[in-house]
Design a protein around this ligand. Structure first.
Ligand code: N01
Length: 543
């Protein structure tokens, strides 16, 4: 059976679909979509590649993995009892605890009975005659559904660069985004880590404590601020729980969807002393709110330099060897790539068993049977960790053979970059929804509220269609083009679009350079989505 030739012939002939809804992925988005679909009385099946729920937190089990959004905010808000009863142990939850939370939600709402695990969706084809999506899966099966929701995550396709000799390495290899379920013991081992993104910055301090020797291969230095993680303050928990809905409502007024107090003043208006005090206070508080030190850090390069200089000063203060400190100091815009949040990252380079290899000018030549070769020199390892990131936002969607009207493939449609209406839907692909897709704020916000907002919007749309007797919805090409244009213009306003990051697909050879997430902020985006639905799904054709 070809990828495009999937489906249940009988269902297609009858014009009925097996399910109202097929949801791809059982991370936080897929689980909540299933919960809402059930609430609407719709039949739904979730198809998940992993053996359990959790998505990102199922796959990313590397040492030190934890969320860079504080626990009390990185959680569902749709069920007040759930948010009151769940207890986080740390300010920033570690991966095993977030995974336990996802598993708890699955059990609490009895979700697993509608989830098919260990199954990867390979194709999704819209059949015009029956108006069903036909979903082909890795086990050779297929199902049809009236609607298909891609809840496939933004960072779910790992990127393993095509290093020469990759398969020749005789030791163990790991990718941070596909970490084994069994314990990995680096004790007494010589370990190489390739990459210095968030995953590397979290895992390096822990691997360094275990390994006999750790060598880090850095192509681009990265900014990171301390997490100051620790046991969660129980008084703070009590305060938040006493006013959870108010806190969630405040968060929704913030560009990032996070409840914190940014300083909207310009860095350029502050005196040197004020600025130093402000950055010190933000550094002492820790985490991503560092970028809220001033209102123009992502708008003005001059303002941004002040924050970047402060962090470079911290690197010089913490790292003993001035040459290593210099190598570790990023020269680009802080916050342009995703700001990292760490525990003991810079100080790790003071350890005798850690060395840094700069591969910015002399790229990794090859992986050899013994290790990694750079500039003619071979570094021998027992294990190599690829912390080389993801084919973000579009990678997972484009791995599937998705075909809409007239057999048009999504790969063809997005050959020059993703085109969506609101990051929720795609012209020419009726009844297909993407949760936190390209063109929505997604990765620039706290993902959980963004996921809930999308799933709520989709659920309301399905309810509206049912009550109005519609069974097909598709955005117009004009509405989509207008939105794509708006997303691109908004991106140009921020410094974030100016560097080579995964936000623009720069980390994947041949990927079109398009700033993928919507930069207009969570509140403006929600207003737009709400206006679209309030106006009878403006920009969509319903039939
Ligand atoms: O991936 P990355 P990540 N030779 O793409 C390097 C989220 N996240 O998994 O910068 C040598 O950021 C690459 O170098 P360069 C978060 O949104 C969140 O770390 O391209 N090096 C870079 O250093 C984050 O942004 C959390 O020059 C090569 C690294 O590999 C996103 O996931 C934790 C190379 C990849 O960094 C991705 O983070 C973890 C090559 N050929 C992740 N190819 C938290 O919540 C790539 N690199 C805390």
């Amino acid at each position: 059976m070809s990828e495009a030739d999937v489906g249940t012939a009988e269902a297609v002939a009858k014009g009925n679909c097996d399910f109202d809804l097929i949801i791809v992925g059982a991370g936080f988005a897929g689980m909540y979509m299933l919960y809402r679909a059930r609430g609407l009385g719709l039949s739904a099946r979730v198809i998940e590649a992993g053996s359990d729920v959790g998505g990102t937190w199922y796959w990313n089990r590397y040492p030190g993995a934890r969320c860079d959004v504080e626990s009390m905010q990185y959680s569902y808000q749709f069920d007040d009892k759930l948010q009151q009863e769940w207890n986080w142990s740390e300010r920033y939850a570690p991966q095993p605890e977030i995974l336990s939370y996802a598993q708890h939600v699955a059990e609490r709402f009895d979700l697993r009975r509608d989830i098919q695990f260990n199954t990867r969706v390979q194709a999704a084809v819209f059949d015009e005659q029956s108006s069903c999506w036909r979903i082909g899966t890795s086990d050779g099966g297929s199902h049809t559904a009236r609607f298909c929701v891609m809840a496939t995550g933004c960072l779910s396709s790992t990127n393993l660069p095509d290093f020469k000799g990759l398969d020749s390495f005789q030791g163990d290899t790991y990718h941070t985004g596909q970490w084994p379920h069994e314990d990995v013991d680096f004790n007494g081992k010589r370990v190489g880590v390739i990459g210095t993104g968030s995953s590397a910055i979290q895992s390096i301090p822990i691997i360094a404590r275990q390994a006999e020797h750790l060598t880090v291969f850095q192509r681009t230095p990265n900014y990171t601020v301390p997490a100051h993680n620790g046991p969660i303050d129980q008084d703070y928990v009590a305060r938040v729980k006493a006013e959870y809905p108010a806190m969630r409502a405040r968060a929704k007024t913030m560009i990032s969807g996070l409840d914190f107090e940014p300083n909207m003043a310009s860095a350029l208006d502050a005196s040197a002393e004020e600025m130093q005090a402000q950055y010190e206070a933000k550094w002492a508080y820790g985490g991503i709110p560092f970028l809220g030190a001033y209102g123009d850090l992502l708008l003005s390069e001059k303002a941004n330099d002040t924050a970047a200089d402060f962090v470079r000063g911290k690197i010089r203060e913490i790292v003993d060897d001035p040459e290593i400190a210099e190598l570790l100091s990023p020269g680009n815009v802080i916050g342009c790539k995703r700001l990292c949040v760490d525990t003991d990252y810079w100080a790790t380079y003071n350890r005798d068993n850690v060395s840094l290899v700069d591969v910015s000018g002399t790229p990794i030549e090859r992986i050899t049977p013994a290790g990694v070769q750079v500039d003619g020199r071979e570094y021998a390892f027992d294990a190599i960790v690829f912390a080389t990131g993801f084919d973000a936002m579009t990678g997972t969607l484009l791995k599937m053979d998705i075909r809409g009207l007239d057999g048009q493939s999504l790969r063809e449609k997005w050959a020059e970059g993703p085109k969506t209406y609101l990051g929720l839907s795609i012209a020419g692909f009726p009844n297909l929804f993407t949760v936190t897709g390209p063109g929505s704020p997604s990765v620039l916000t706290n993902m959980l509220p963004s996921i809930e907002q999308h799933v709520d919007w989709i659920s309301d749309c399905l309810a509206y269609m049912r009550s109005h007797g519609h069974d097909r919805i598709s955005p117009s090409t004009e509405a989509e083009a207008e939105w794509v244009n708006h997303v691109s213009q908004t991106a140009d306003l921020s410094l974030r679009s100016t560097c080579s990051s995964w936000y623009v697909g720069a980390n994947i050879p041949g990927k079109p350079r398009v700033f993928m997430p919507y930069m207009g902020g969570f509140p403006a985006y929600v207003d737009k989505c709400d206006a679209v639905s309030a106006n009878g799904y403006q920009g969509f054709a319903l039939s």
